[in-house]
Design a protein around this ligand. Structure first.
Ligand SMILES: [Zn+2]
Length: 64
């Protein structure tokens, strides 16, 4: 379930897309493909809580 149906930045409709997210921790970088809601007008991206949690985990691991 996404928390927003409309872009919080510009109010345009958002569509679900697979996007590449770069995560940096310490000297390391990880690129992963995740699903996000993307605004077609301004490019705003929204991630689910589950995805954000995954980012945090990966970032924490990168810092080691
Ligand atoms: Zn927007």
């Amino acid at each position: 379930m996404m928390p927003f149906e409309k872009c919080p930045a510009c109010g345009n409709e958002m569509i679900e897309k697979e996007v590449e997210k770069l995560l940096r921790g310490g000297n390391n970088t990880a690129a992963l493909k995740v699903h996000a809601e993307v605004c077609l007008r301004c490019g705003e991206r929204l991630y689910t809580q589950e995805t954000v949690r995954k980012f945090e985990e990966i970032r924490a691991n990168l810092e080691h």
